[in-house]
Write a protein that binds this ligand. Structure first.
Ligand code: SF4
Ligand code: SF4
Length: 431
């Protein structure tokens, strides 16, 4: 049920007024580049939001154009007038969600995914075990290797995007503290995500190890849960606010030096909890205190004196900017600086590295055709570098790029930047 702050969940006039319709954002927009349609450009979408704010109906066509947006925020980086497009599109989706009566099956699926699955470690563990059986039984290999997935149409394309299950799941680390290696320099909280506990358990472990090697005591606070990013992107802000309050309560009393996330999509939302809760008198101040403590793991490691005890990694690596790191959080140099610190690593910059890969939360599931089209172009950029490894900074991008490698790639390995650092530290320890 919607909370009382729902009245503010619509594009605000002051935000809409910032757009001067110059069109300088158009070429940065993946959907405009694909379709060449004004109504699928940032300027066109803002124009439609203005119409709705002035009383036009929330029509099926409006919903379609707003939902086809990747919410990648590339237009925000391109805009000289400081339009906060992310804020606008999230509010427009919330407005649609609040005003529209979706068909019953769609309502049930949204409730199951957003209100149950993503919030229940038990349900995610069950889903993870089922996914693991599918993988380990060899059925997945047959489906992917035989080309059977191509006969399954959309279902087959979605299969390519299915997240892996990585037992033992990271849920067992929630509530634990991992000591710093050597002198303790920082005490940090790690937010482990929701699906990442099942599908990126090894990435979370690598994140803990790299932080430990850099003098961090790493606490994985009990009581944490899904950050609400997927809910915000889907317009379900009431649910997102509940999740935000729970995370704030779980973390804020710990008095940490930083709150770390290895997922750029989560990081953007965590850093914007103050926006989400700005009208909630009980949490507005707490949300501001929380948001300033949030650091992407790349941002944090690049801001401290990095432990240089790494062994050489003789690999050629390219880097895909995760939209919510580059455009949402304006962090571009930090991951490149970390990669440059690894001895032996050769960096190959790809063209248009900050153009979306098509992942965008669960966009690749909901708008699969557009996501796959965007991905194909991305893989052309990746392939042009000749790199054997694609590094990025967001688990969702990793899944999308892995599908890209299977469909259009050259057997590249897809990793998170922190996994490269972990390998380099481990090489040193082994050498
Ligand atoms: S969003 Fe910014 S760049 Fe795009 S049309 Fe509006 S003012 Fe121009
Ligand atoms: S968020 Fe991305 S897809 Fe949406 S309008 Fe902006 S650039 Fe285009």
């Amino acid at each position: 049920m919607a909370d009382s702050f729902v009245l503010f969940d619509r594009p605000q006039q002051a935000d809409l007024d910032r757009c001067v319709h110059c069109g300088l954002c158009l070429n940065a927009c993946p959907t405009y580049r694909e379709l060449g349609v004004e109504m699928d450009s940032p300027r066109g979408r803002i124009y439609q939001m203005v119409q709705v704010a002035n009383g036009a109906p929330v029509s099926p066509s409006y919903i379609e154009h707003i939902e086809l947006c990747l919410a990648c925020r590339a237009c925000e980086s391109a805009c000289p007038s400081g339009v906060q497009y992310g804020r606008l599109v999230e509010a427009a989706r919330a407005d649609i969600q609040n005003r529209m009566d979706r068909p019953l099956p769609a309502r049930l699926v949204r409730r199951l995914v957003f209100e149950r699955l993503l919030q229940s470690p038990r349900m995610m563990t069950t889903a993870g075990v089922m996914a693991y059986l599918y993988q380990a039984s060899g059925v997945q290999k047959v489906v992917r290797g035989s080309g059977l997935w191509k006969l399954l149409g959309k279902l087959g394309r979605l299969e390519q995007l299915a997240p892996p299950a990585e037992p033992p799941f990271f849920f067992s680390s929630i509530g634990k503290t991992f000591p710093a290696e050597g002198t303790r320099r920082y005490r940090v909280a790690l937010l482990a995500g929701c699906i990442a506990n099942v599908s990126f358990a090894r990435l979370n472990e690598a994140t803990v190890r790299v932080l430990q090697r850099n003098g961090c005591e790493v606490v994985v606070p009990a009581g944490q849960g899904c950050c609400g990013a997927l809910h915000v992107h889907a317009g379900m802000r009431t649910e997102a606010r509940k999740l935000a309050r729970a995370n704030i309560d779980a973390v804020l009393p710990g008095g940490f030096d930083a709150v770390i996330t290895n997922a750029a999509g989560c990081g953007s939302t965590l850093k914007e909890y103050h926006d989400l809760l700005e009208h909630d008198p009980a949490y507005a101040e707490k949300a501001r205190s929380f948001s300033v403590m949030v650091k992407d793991v790349n941002e944090f490691l690049a801001s401290i004196e990095l432990n240089p005890a790494m062994g050489p990694l003789k690999v050629q690596v390219t880097y895909q900017d995760s939209c919510h790191l580059a455009h949402g959080q304006k962090i571009r140099a930090a991951p490149r600086r970390l990669l440059a610190a690894v001895p032996g690593l050769q960096f190959r910059e790809m063209p248009l590295s900050d153009l979306c890969c098509g992942s965008a939360g669960i966009y690749n599931v909901l708008e699969n055709e557009m996501a796959m089209s965007v991905l194909e172009k991305k893989m052309q950029s990746v392939n042009s570098t000749g790199a054997e490894v694609i590094a990025t900074a967001n688990p969702g991008c990793m899944l999308q790029l892995e599908a890209g490698v299977r469909l259009h790639g050259r057997r590249q390995r897809v990793v998170h930047v922190v996994e490269i650092l972990d390998e380099a530290y481990r090489n040193k320890a082994a050498g």
